[in-house]
Design a protein around this ligand. Sequence first.
Ligand SMILES: [Cu+2]
Length: 142
Amino acid sequence: MGLKQRSAVLSGGRVWLAICFVLALCSQGGAQAEQRIDVAIKDFAFVTKQVPLRLGVATVITITNEDQERHDFGSTMFDGLPTRVESGGIVSYGRGISGVFLDGKKSAVIRFVMERPGRHEFRCSIHQNMKGELLLLNVEAA
Ligand SMILES: [Cu+2]
């Protein structure tokens, strides 16, 4: 999203606008290309810190299973969205991805672009009482 905007501005020859845009990016603390969420699984529970999340931004969810037990991070938040899952050195990519299974002491990385605002639940399909949620705010990248 950012790159598209920037190239459109540059092709118009409006250098000042481009500089302002770059400054705006930098003033937000750098790495605006992605927003990151860390989810830990510990003692049969999801542990995550709610961070402000924006729509239309590349999102990286890192899930770390600290238990010995096998767990699953599953959610409908990826429904219909191109999603990339990296787990145990294997990368899968698709629109029908509903989550990822994690063996004990393993981690996985899910990348997608958040498109829908609201509360998005995630859960472990193996242990039905394991649940968590992310709140996606519809806030413009101003
Ligand atoms: Cu589980």
